[in-house]
Design a protein around this ligand. Structure first.
Ligand code: NDP
Length: 241
C-alpha cells in the first residue's frame, strides 16, 4: 500500500481527476465529498476509491472523518485541500450568507483539514499539504470578492505553514488553476466563455482537470521535496503572476 492521500471534493471535477491520478501512481486514496451521493457512488464504483462524506467547513466533521480514514487506510501523508464553491455576486448585492459560505468552505476548511493531520505528519517527518487556490485569488475577480479573498488567503496560509513544516519534512504548496472545464465552469453561460473568457487564455482553450491533477502528483512526490511555500500557476498563460 502506497502513501495515504486524502482529497477533499475528491469525487468529481478537478478533485476526481486528482484522486484517480494519485491512485494510478500507487497512492492509497480517500476521496471526500459533501453531499452529491450519486456522483460519489458512481465514482466509487468506477474507480474502487473509497469515498467519505463530510463537510470541510465543519472542524469536528473533518477531525472525525480524518480519524476514520486513518483507521481504514493508515496514517495520512498527503492532504489535498481541493473542495471549493462559488457564490458569486457583485459586492453591493452580496449577502452575508454568500460571504460566509465561501470563506468557510474554501478557506476555513484549510485549518479544519490540515490541523488534525499535521501532528502525525510532524511525528513521522513526512507530509504534503497541497491547496487548490485559483487564478482569481492571484488577480482578483469582479463579482467574486468572497471567492478571491478565500483563494488569496489560501496562498498566505501556504506560505506561513511551509515555514513551520520545513524542518519536519512537510511541504505546503498552492496550485492556482485558471479556467478548467468542470461543472463549476459549466455553470457559466457558454456565450460568456466563448466571448469573454477564451479570448484571454493565450493557449486558446479551457484546462483539463487532469492537467491540475498532474501538478498535484508532482508536488506530492519525493522529487518535489525542495519545493515548499510555492504557488504553481496553471492557467494557459492567462495571468503571469
Ligand atoms: P466542482 O464544483 O466540479 O466540484 C467541487 C467538489 O467540492 C465536489 O466534489 C463537492 O462535493 C466538493 N465540495 C463542495 N463543498 C464541500 C464541502 N463543504 N465539503 C466537502 N466537499 C465539498 O469544482 P471544481 O472541480 O471545478 O473545483 C475544485 C477546486 O478547484 C475548487 O477549490 C475550485 O475553487 C478550484 N478551482 C476551480 C477552477 C475551475 O475552473 N473549475 C479554477 C480555479 C480553481 P459534492 O460532489 O458532494 O458536491
Amino acid at each position: 500500500m502506497g502513501r495515504v492521500a486524502v482529497v477533499t471534493g475528491g469525487t468529481r471535477g478537478i478533485g476526481g481527476a486528482i484522486s484517480k491520478t494519485l491512485k494510478a501512481a500507487g497512492y492509497t486514496v480517500a476521496a471526500n465529498y459533501a453531499g452529491n451521493d450519486e456522483a460519489a457512488a458512481r465514482f466509487k464504483a468506477e474507480t474502487g476509491i473509497p469515498v467519505y462524506k463530510w463537510d470541510v467547513s465543519n472542524y469536528d466533521a473533518c477531525a472525525t472523518g480524518l480519524a476514520q480514514v486513518e483507521k481504514d487506510l493508515g496514517p495520512i501523508d498527503i492532504v489535498v485541500n481541493n473542495a471549493g464553491i462559488t457564490r458569486d455576486g457583485f459586492f453591493h448585492k452580496m449577502t452575508k450568507e454568500q460571504w460566509y459560505e465561501v470563506i468557510n468552505t474554501n478557506l476555513n476548511s484549510l485549518f479544519n483539514m490540515t490541523r488534525p493531520a499535521w501532528e502525525g505528519m510532524r511525528t513521522r517527518k513526512f507530509g504534503r499539504v497541497i491547496c487548490i487556490s485559483s487564478i482569481n485569488g492571484q488577480k482578483g475577480q469582479a463579482g467574486q470578492a468572497n471567492y478571491s479573498a478565500a483563494k488569496a488567503g489560501e496562498i498566505g496560509f501556504v506560505k506561513a505553514l511551509a515555514q513551520e513544516g520545513a524542518r519536519a519534512g512537510i511541504t505546503v504548496n498552492a496550485i492556482c488553476p485558471g479556467y478548467i472545464g468542470t461543472e463549476m465552469v459549466r455553470k457559466i453561460d457558454p456565450a460568456i466563455i466563448e466571448k469573454s473568457i477564451l479570448p484571454h487564455i493565450p493557449v486558446g482553450r479551457l484546462g483539463e482537470p487532469e492537467e491540475i491533477a498532474r501538478c498535484v502528483l508532482f508536488l506530492a512526490s519525493d522529487d518535489a521535496g525542495f519545493i515548499t511555500g510555492s504557488t504553481l500557476t496553471a492557467n494557459g498563460g492567462q495571468y503571469m503572476a
